[in-house]
Design a binder for this molecule. Sequence first.
Ligand code: MN
Length: 427
Amino acid sequence: MIKANNPELTSWVNIPEKSEFPIQNLPFGIVQLEGKKPRVASAIGDQVIDLFRVWELGFLADLDIPRAALENQYLNDFIALGKKTTGAVRERLSDILNAKVDRWNSREMSEHFLHPMDQVQLLLPIKVGDYTDFYSSIEHATNVGTLFRDPKNALMPNWRHLPVGYHGRASSIIVSGTPIVRPKGQSKPADATVPQFGPTRLMDFELEIGFVVGKETALGESVDISNAEEFIFGLGLFNDWSARDIQGWEYVPLGPFLGKNFASTLSPWIVTLEALEPFRVAGPKQDPEVLPYLQYEGAKNYDLHLEVAIRPEDGEDFTVCRSNFKYMYWNMCQQLAHHSVNGCNIKVGDLYASGTISGPTPDSYGSMLEISWRGTRPVKMPDGSERKFIKDGDTVTLRGYGESNGIRIGFGDAVGKILPAHQNPQA
Ligand code: MN
């Protein structure tokens, strides 16, 4: 077992009950402290740990970490040091924060590196180089195929043979809390003869998890599925905002474009693959058998509870979906092996998202498209209003965590509020 994951560990830092950041998590992010340059941080309880300050105080002196890797606007340079180093930092933090270890004098020094999380700004943790979105939930793909095509042939012929995906847009990936202006675009309602232009009428979320690559390959090389995990640094919650009417009109034949690329929300914390080790579970049996380069051994799925809440303007959170990452048909190792099998090089800071994570029951569907069954089954909100899709002023929150031995490991919320479309008529 990884030492820092030991469920027996306790910290001298007060950890509120049900916190997603016990001493066993220690995720990585970027924090903006007042008057300081952005820096790498971790989290424990409701505090952030200023990792650059921890480095300055000498706690990491033997780990050979350059200053610029920690005093940085993004995690990329830190991640690029490799899992040996980032894992050692996590182990060291675990030691420094351990209630039963007192050789670090860290409790006395803590005012220098701990800050209340609600008093600091969390920045986008990764400078995302390339972003790919998969389509790896069989429940989601079946639902969408049923809604848009033919219920009898909901899955395309390739779906069970390869993890379907598309290259997305990195520039519009934003950190949790950033508001989203309702996008405009072309759409063609079924009863219209010509396309129209205007704000999307079918604004939607997609409940996803993204993984961040921490090790690169050279052009022409492929990631072998047996060591794909070496390339996965950690995971974050990801909302792939979608404008369904724009998407529906534009997507044939080359796939998602302006219906997707206006914004995607990433959680502020990237949880390491190591911290998620206790939640490994076997994936669903794949039938038919996949080609050899996609065959894997061991438990490659993760039992992570996921949920989505909608909060109307001046209202309260109402949970519209409860799903789980364990439902994924295609796992992250298969996605990475497939993505690179043609020699496409992968780079540190790449983001690979799962695709909408829907479960088997209607209350576990990961988008409003599915929850409202294309608007035919509106959701009744506590304030008496109805939702088929997302309205202006609504705030959508993704939450996710694993739980074992009473210990909860989570990502921090991925939150976004939809603002009305800009008023200028053509822009
Ligand atoms: Mn998606």
